[in-house]
Design a binder for this molecule. Structure first.
Ligand SMILES: [Zn+2]
Length: 410
């Protein structure tokens, strides 16, 4: 049975008159960032590995939720919420989305929620974590309000670097594919960085991404893992700056070596250093910072993904596109997305005179792996989590292109 095809698509339109009124050198953006601690205050079960049957024993590193609010000169805004959690489960997205729309007028299309996929966070979908879920929702809604309340004139820039922590984890064997480091497999080592500076050019916040499972550790302590350390180190080295991590299409990527805390710290240090490289620290004249100007356009849609056999309702998969002027385009995909998607989309969406393209996974919903057609047909760990039909890749890519067209600058 095929479920009814539903599309939620809302668009921000910007009047030309408003745009024309902005002087070229006037600070055309406003931005604000806020942070809240979301470490559980009592023992809870941990998310990510079924083998850990007992609750967490303590805290190695606090977990955080962060929000970055950006507003253009016409009053259009976007809020990006990043979380040191396993994923953004649908009930959390729904609860936060509903309340921030009611309280602050942020439409769902302008709210991007991304999780770092740490496997040392709480299993907050469980019935015995209801109190945590409720307090998390309250905290995140308040957090979004704080970020909006801190909006100040700002300039935005995009840059990128590389970090080689991630390795493909699909090794071909005689019988299929084994979850094992594969130095010859596909990777996306790009570290995209959005930097926000105040009116006098001081760095205020950075949003950076990486495509790699956040799973150096699987012990029973709360930990943001390498992504947590990358944020912690960057903030420690750059006083007053809020660093937000956005997970990319890292479903078939792992950090190696693993299973020792020292490696989580080393990988975090490598990534934090790559963020500084992307920002061209200590260069007298930066050459690769792309100044961002223009207006925000955003669209949020869903595409129905079918199962085989077709014995259950289709999965309504969210796809989001956010444009910051004609300089940066964020594509946010739901669930655990393999690297094929970011590599393909960055190639297909590339225009020599077009925006930088940034593809995130683990956004707005968390409900199984999203293999590419290739990975699904090859088999292996990432192919087995759901019985998708191989058409899923074409449908998702098609929806991205549709939303990219819908949000195109006139
Ligand atoms: Zn995973």
């Amino acid at each position: 049975m095929k479920a009814v095809y539903l599309v939620v698509l809302l668009l921000t339109t910007v009047g030309a008159t408003m745009a024309d009124e902005v002087a070229p050198d006037a600070p055309s953006w406003r931005a604000g960032a806020a942070t809240v601690k979301i470490t559980p205050e009592r023992p809870l079960h941990m998310a990510g590995y079924a083998s850990r049957k007992k609750p967490a024993e303590g805290t190695e590193q606090d977990l955080f939720g962060k929000a970055l609010a950006i507003q253009d000169s016409a009053g259009n805004s976007v809020v990006i919420v990043t979380l040191d959690l396993i994923g953004v489960i649908a009930p959390l997205r729904k609860a936060v989305e509903t309340q921030v729309a009611e309280k602050y007028g942020v439409p769902p299309r302008s709210l991007l929620m991304n999780a770092s996929h740490t496997h040392c966070g709480p299993a907050y979908a469980r019935d015995d974590a209801k109190d945590y879920f409720d307090s998390l929702t309250t905290k995140l809604v308040k957090l979004v309000g704080e970020a909006i309340g801190k909006l100040k004139p700002a300039s935005l820039a995009y840059g990128s670097a590389r970090c080689s922590v991630a390795m493909n984890r699909r090794t071909p064997t005689e019988t299929g594919f084994r979850n094992h480091p594969n130095p010859n497999g596909l990777v996306d080592h790009t570290v995209p960085v959005l930097s926000i500076r105040n009116e006098v050019g001081e760095l205020q916040s950075v949003l950076f991404g990486y495509a790699c499972h956040n799973t150096t550790m699987g012990f029973r302590y709360w930990l943001g893992d390498y992504a947590g350390f990358a944020q912690q180190y960057f903030e420690a080295d750059n006083s007053g700056v809020t660093a937000l991590f956005m997970m990319g299409c890292g479903a078939d990527q792992n950090p190696y070596p693993r299973s020792e805390l020292k490696y989580a710290k080393m990988h975090g240090r490598s990534l934090a250093t790559s963020v500084e490289a992307a920002l061209e620290f200590n260069q007298s004249k930066p050459l690769h910072q792309r100044h961002i100007s223009g207006h925000i356009r955003s669209a949020l849609g869903t595409v129905d993904l079918e199962f085989e056999p077709d014995d259950r309702p289709d999965f309504r998969y969210p796809v989001q596109v956010i444009r910051l002027g004609d300089d940066l385009m964020l594509v946010a995909l739901g669930n655990e997305v393999v690297v094929d998607y970011s590599l393909r989309l960055k190639e297909e969406l590339f225009r020599s005179d077009g925006p930088a393209v940034w593809v995130a996974g683990y956004s707005n919903v968390y409900d199984g792996y999203i293999p590419s057609r290739r990975v699904l047909l090859e088999g292996g760990y990432e192919a087995k989590s759901r019985p998708w039909k191989p058409e899923l890749e074409a449908r998702i890519i098609g929806k991205v292109h549709e939303l990219v067209a819908e949000t195109a600058i006139d």
